[in-house]
Design a protein around this ligand. Sequence first.
Ligand code: BEZ
Length: 330
Amino acid sequence: MSFMMKLPAALAASVAAATMMLAGAAAAKDFRLGLITPPNHIWTQAAENFGTDLSDATDGAHSVTVFPAQQLGSEAEMMQQLQTGALDMAFLTVAEVSNRVPDFGAFYAPYMAQDIAHAGRILQSDLALRMLEDLPAKAGVVGIGYGMAGLRQIVSKGEVTSAADLEGKKLRITPFKPILDFYNLLGAAPTPMPLPAVYDALANGQVNAIDMDAELIWKLKYFEQADTVVVSNHMMFPMVGLVSAKVWQGLSEEERATITELMKKRLDECIATYIVKDREWLDQVRGTDTAFIDVGPEFFGDVPAQWDEIWSEQSSVLSEMRDTAAASAE
Ligand code: BEZ
């Protein structure tokens, strides 16, 4: 006869509940996952799909509630919430991570990726995966894997035929230093602004150009507010799937393995989606009345080299990442 069977029913129930609480990790949990992208964005869909997978794999014991469109605050605020354990999970731009762990700034080296598929290979390299190991100690988060958005383009009011046309222009950037340095070197007036504020800012003239990817230029119709799309493909734009290190500590090995496998699967799928769709979205923009010019590194003169000079001081992995990229170029 087991120990529990000897106890009166009410007492047995409370012992069982206490055992569950002590085990902690076995308790059902609805994880909160935050991101800044709108509901129809590929990142948000990846987060929703991960939640469905987790719920299926645990017979509903664990679930995920996704909070898109900055509902839980800016990326900087979500990062703080992850650190305190107030937020369980997030899909954040690597930009936000690089604000805290400057090594990650190396991902934004201009023209490191020759095309979107190459960007995917760089993000799935051993170096990129090894960098995630620094995150618990340096940022209080566990990095599960990378996703990405499309390569970066420039959308501008007015005609743009050379980089000189961008000089002094108030140009919206994602708020982080690697891209700020890039546009300062170019002589533009970079204006840091989170994604949800961009449409109105461009429409009302608060900025007259934006740094953006093809998906959002097309889906959020930024091209309608501009005269020229500069198809430059000048930078990759990685995302990282994160779990609060505090929350992670409370999970069993089995739960960690399940979350890692399922989240990573959806992040990999996100990379695969952009590899197929990035060009399609650009082609759709090309089919509109907005003018576009295709440019390469020469458009930016010696700015990419100057950027590397600055960032080789700030990111200890920049030259290794350039080598990694060169090794996987085609
Ligand atoms: C942006 O800040 O431009 C951005 C953020 C998340 C996904 C795509 C773009």
